[in-house]
Design a protein around this ligand. Structure first.
Ligand SMILES: [Zn+2]
Length: 242
């Protein structure tokens, strides 16, 4: 099985759309297209036919390109079953325990409610990669718009079971802001302090900081490291007010 080609497409102010290509089957899917044109242009430039869109949740900066990309490519749109009303372009609805495929690469669907009520993630176990939308960020987690700290804590606990090497593809470049906040709630964490310095340098040079990895997050992410749901909720509230 050839490795997936995964391409980052920066759009809007801080979104990342992921273009994922299987070189054997030539199938190509897009995770959470905020907009259509830059995604179609990148796929065109590479000669990759877009065969599917995989949405993690209904927010417009994750689904805004669905209709145009589908109209231009005829691709299938896979979306969370619990958000069917809010993703009317969906062709196939999936939930925890379902499996979706890109060529011979298989992803398990995880329900990760909290940022939105029906949010899902796509875990390619054999590829050691997970597409988490707005659930886990580098040194951060998604805001609790439609769920609870208990739900987000359960999501973090489940993500923490993955191998350190698992690459985490999140949907925003929030890393610098997250790192600056994280050091205020975990000031003794040397790995976190070092990571803040590295992230400041990367961003000053205009470089992206994602994907991240489960190992990096296990060492530095105060939300993934929170010992209880109450502690996660406390620091989430602090971050919201920051
Ligand atoms: Zn969102």
């Amino acid at each position: 099985m050839a490795a997936l080609d995964i391409v980052r497409i920066p759009v809007l102010s801080d979104n990342y759309v992921w273009l994922v290509h299987d070189p054997e089957s030539f199938e190509t899917m897009v995770v959470d297209p905020s907009v259509a044109d830059p995604v179609l242009a990148e796929a065109d430039r590479r000669g990759w036919p877009i065969t599917a869109i995989w949405n993690t949740h209904w927010h417009p900066d994750h689904t805004g390109g669905n209709a145009d990309i589908k109209a231009k490519t005829g691709c299938e749109i896979i979306a969370p079953a619990a958000e069917r009303e809010r993703i009317p372009t969906a062709d196939r609805l999936v939930k925890d325990g379902d499996r979706v495929r890109l060529g011979s690469h298989v992803a398990d669907v995880w329900d990760v409610p909290a940022h939105t009520a029906g949010h899902i993630a796509y875990h390619f176990a054999d590829d050691a990669a997970i597409f988490v939308g707005d659930t886990l960020f580098a040194m951060g987690c998604g805001r609790l718009f439609e769920g609870t700290a208990e739900q987000m804590f359960a999501n973090m606990q489940r993500l923490a079971t993955l191998d350190d090497a698992t690459r985490v593809y999140c949907a925003h470049e929030y890393t610098l802001s997250n790192a600056r906040f994280a050091v205020t709630v975990d000031p003794e964490n040397r790995a976190l302090a070092d990571r803040l310095v590295a992230v400041e340098a990367a961003r000053a040079a205009g470089e992206p900081t994602v994907p991240t990895s489960i190992g990096a997050e296990r060492a530095t992410n105060p939300f993934l490291r929170a010992p209880t749901a109450a502690e996660l909720g406390r620091i989430r509230a602090l971050k919201d007010a920051a």
